[in-house]
Design a binder for this molecule. Structure first.
Ligand code: SAH
Ligand code: SF4
Ligand code: F3S
Length: 455
């Protein structure tokens, strides 16, 4: 079948970076004449964009692939199934040889090659490209957005990771760190603004190490803030090492740079942090948090936590709980440690915490975090926030949901308000996950924060 008669479907797992990548693949496929469809059953080509971060992320993909076996039989093997993303790098032999569930395997730096690979796959032949690159940033490819409702968008600003945290597989699946040229990021932001997007998240595994011809992340954020004073800019993820004060200043000064920082601690114990190869101590981390709160009053913070890392004692786990109690994060992503092949932790330490203990500790951090969020959110009642309406609430079309500058989800009655409008709201109720509000009036960043962006 010629390329331009084919229909494709992409299913995405893993982090925001993978979702952004799927939009790049979407663009490459459409440029080559293929048509996107929304159901696997309707497609001639099914891609799973996969994640390797923990065992269960991979298990989900294996199970999904097995479900496609039946479809393949029905379509008499005319159906092409492809694995993209982080698992491609790790388990390509198993995909192709042992399980025979997959026809194409494409690593995260080889997406430009997808049309060639599709042409190569015929008569049951397989095609693979998992080469990692030192340069590829897909800077010139305009993503075809499938997420975000025309309101929110992700923009990749760098790829890969050189940090080599001892537990983490990402440096192996995504290769060396590289930054995308700042002009191409600025151009993409301009386009998004012209298309009406109002909330953009800049993505990288460690945005603090962004650099392009003397432009560092704080400079990039400043440039991003100037593109459209009514377009909000967020970012993810920052690493606690070398977190620069000038970044905090620029966030504090520019009203469209959101007062929200995802700053993963991973653990509250310095010895565990050292074993994780996270180059900061508990004390240094807490100092950084204090500086953030001093320089950006009211800043909202979130974290990632791993429980049951190699050799973690009850006392060390208790230090993670006490760190969370001290910082009082507004949001946390919490995981039980899952050993990954090739990582330093796998080679050097024993994965010796029983699964039940990892899970018990995970349950404890989740329960603590929930009570912290309940208290944090209750304290918001009576305050005013500028919410960008992103869509109808899950429960009812009569309600809109959106997020505050501080990344909290707010639900309010739709009344005459519209999606993609900034609404000035008063918070009237809360749960640990959501704020409820009374909408007051349509507003804008300039009006609400009472300042204009300095040009
Ligand atoms: N670059 C980001 C993290 C990306 S991975 C950063 O450094 O902050 C997202 C999160 O998954 C990590 O922060 C960590 O908490 C978790 N994670 C990574 N590897 C893991 C593993 N082997 N087991 C459990 N959780 C893991
Ligand atoms: Fe993994 Fe560490 Fe890189 Fe994050 S910074 S992607 S945790 S190696
Ligand atoms: Fe998963 Fe790869 Fe992201 S391993 S978390 S999809 S970088």
């Amino acid at each position: 079948m010629p390329l331009n008669q084919r229909k494709f479907y992409i299913e995405t797992y893993g982090c925001q970076m993978n979702f952004a990548d799927s939009e790049i693949v979407n663009s490459i496929m459409i440029d080559n004449g293929m048509q996107p469809v929304h159901k696997a059953e309707e497609a001639d080509i099914i891609f799973l964009n996969t994640c390797s971060i923990r065992e269960n992320a991979e298990t989900r993909v294996w199970n999904r692939l097995k479900e496609f076996r039946g479809l393949k039989r029905q379509k008499k093997n005319d159906l092409i199934v492809g694995v993209l993303g982080c698992m491609a790098e790790r388990v390509r032999e198993r995909f192709l040889e042992k399980e025979k569930l997959v026809d194409i395997v494409v690593g995260p730096d080889a997406y430009r090659d997808i049309p060639n690979l599709i042409s190569e796959v015929s008569d049951g032949r397989k095609a693979v490209n998992v080469l990692l690159s030192q340069e590829e940033t897909y800077a010139d490819i305009a993503p075809v957005r499938t997420t975000g409702n025309g309101v929110t968008a992700f923009v990749s600003i760098m790829r890969g990771c050189d940090n080599m945290c001892s537990f983490c597989v990402v440096p192996f699946t995504r290769g060396r760190e590289r930054s995308r040229p700042w002009q191409s990021i600025q151009d993409e932001l301009k386009q998004l603004s012209d298309q009406g997007y109002r909330d953009v998240t800049l993505l990288g595994q460690n945005v603090n190490s962004y650099h392009d011809n003397g432009v560092h992340f704080a400079d990039l954020m400043y440039k991003a803030s100037q593109v459209d004073p009514e377009m909000r800019i967020r970012f993810s993820t920052s690493h606690p090492k070398d977190f620069p004060n000038d970044l905090l200043h620029v966030i504090a000064e520019q009203p469209n740079l959101c007062s929200y920082i995802h700053i993963p601690a991973q653990s509250g114990n310095s010895e565990i942090l050292e074993r994780m190869r996270r180059p900061y101590t508990r004390e240094e981390y807490l100092e950084l948090i204090a500086t953030m709160r001093e320089l950006i009053p009211g800043v909202s913070l979130s974290t990632d936590i791993i429980t049951g890392f190699c050799g973690e004692t009850d006392e060390q786990h208790a230090e993670t709980l006490s760190l969370m109690q001290t910082v009082k994060y507004d949001l946390a992503y919490m995981f039980a440690y899952s050993e990954r092949d090739r990582t330093l932790a796998q080679r050097k330490y024993s994965d010796n915490i029983p699964e039940a203990v990892k899970k018990q500790r995970l349950a404890e951090v989740i329960s603590l975090q929930q009570s912290v969020q309940e208290v944090n959110n209750r304290a918001e009642i009576g305050t005013r926030h500028l919410v960008l309406a992103e869509g109808s609430s899950k429960r009812s079309d009569d309600q809109l949901f959106g997020r505050t500058d501080t990344n909290k989800v707010v639900i309010f009655d739709r009344k005459n308000f519209d999606v993609n409008q900034y609404v000035d709201v008063e918070i009237t109720g809360s749960t640990s996950a959501t704020l409820f509000a009374e909408p007051v009036k349509v507003s804008s960043i300039a009006e609400f924060f009472g300042t204009t962006v300095t040009v």
